[in-house]
Design a protein around this ligand. Sequence first.
Ligand SMILES: NC(=O)C1=CN([C@@H]2O[C@H](COP(=O)(O)OP(=O)(O)OC[C@H]3O[C@@H](n4cnc5c(N)ncnc54)[C@H](O)[C@@H]3O)[C@@H](O)[C@H]2O)C=CC1
Ligand SMILES: NCC(=O)COP(=O)(O)O
Length: 333
Amino acid sequence: MKPLICAPMGDPAGVGPEILAASLVDPVVTDMARVLVVGNTEIMKRASAIMNVSPDFNEVDENLEGWREGAANILNMDNVDLAGFEYGKVQGHCGKAAFEYIKKSVEITMAGKADALATTPINKESLKAGGVPYIGHTEILGDLTGTKDPLTMFQVHSLRVFFLTRHLSLMDACRAVKKDRVLDYIARCSEAMRLLGIENPSIVVAGLNPHCGEHGLFGNEEDVEIVPAIEEAKKRGFNVHGPNPADSVFHFALKGAWDAVLSLYHDQGHIATKMVDFERTISLTLGMPILRTSVDHGTAFDIAGKGKASPVSMVEAIRLAALYAFNFKKANG
Ligand SMILES: NC(=O)C1=CN([C@@H]2O[C@H](COP(=O)(O)OP(=O)(O)OC[C@H]3O[C@@H](n4cnc5c(N)ncnc54)[C@H](O)[C@@H]3O)[C@@H](O)[C@H]2O)C=CC1
Ligand SMILES: NCC(=O)COP(=O)(O)O
């Protein structure tokens, strides 16, 4: 049986419904996964017409009663103000609806009715306008699954990248490079990779400063915080390496030198992965009781409703969710 991937529709005013509609009929998706859309049927039908595709929509309830194999099964939530709805605009009702799709999807997946989540983009300003007290998926998922500090891992082709910090200013991200934090992340990232089915995973830590600071010539975080964390992690049996200069470590990781890189701040890892292949850079949220994959592009309001959005990322997000889902569930008990 193919894994069942639950896909919340995302912000109705963004490109989420369009990329999801196109993915539902993509052979990579139909070969590897069964997909449950959690969203709004009317918005999905409009998105399908915009993308010139014809998924065979079939409404189910949250217990998946009414499921039809081979159809585009959807849990319809009647929560979009269709009369006032506009593509490409920040709208509070859309931010709130997007949050409700995620919440319902988490409930379904936590209850074991779906095997993993693959999410479409939400808009941080729309969430705020809708009174949703979260900044993004990771914070929402952490709260709804009772996970204190979920891990973000990007995968693009064979390159995997974790993030020591995410949505922090660069100044705060530098301040967060501390021995205890690095050590904790090495341990949790290694365990997260094991749950994906990677035995004895090797992880390399990227440097913070140019050339890893050259022993204090320009910055001493490597000597004072990162090297001691790596040494301690080695003593505890982790297969950990580095720090390696950030300008070369991603290149060698892509070539297979290690299973993953621990990058130290948002753009260090984002730029490296997106330069390899923007569309196939997939974000995974790990360290939670359920597995989540996601496109890493945003709501693209500039092109929403115009049929210009590429579904490649969404197809890849569903493919990776399906690829890892059973291993993850088995290893997670
Ligand atoms: N997974 C998620 O929910 C994510 C949400 N966001 C949120 O999305 C909103 C907009 O973020 P931006 O920084 O403007 O980034 P964006 O990714 O929405 O747009 C950046 C550029 O990429 C293009 N683009 C994005 N996806 C595309 C696709 N599938 N096909 C073709 N072109 C595409 C856009 O047209 C735009 O020119 C923000 O609120 C941001 O926080 C951003 C990243 C991920
Ligand atoms: N820069 C990535 C981003 O903003 C998406 O974060 P999340 O919604 O996956 O937590």
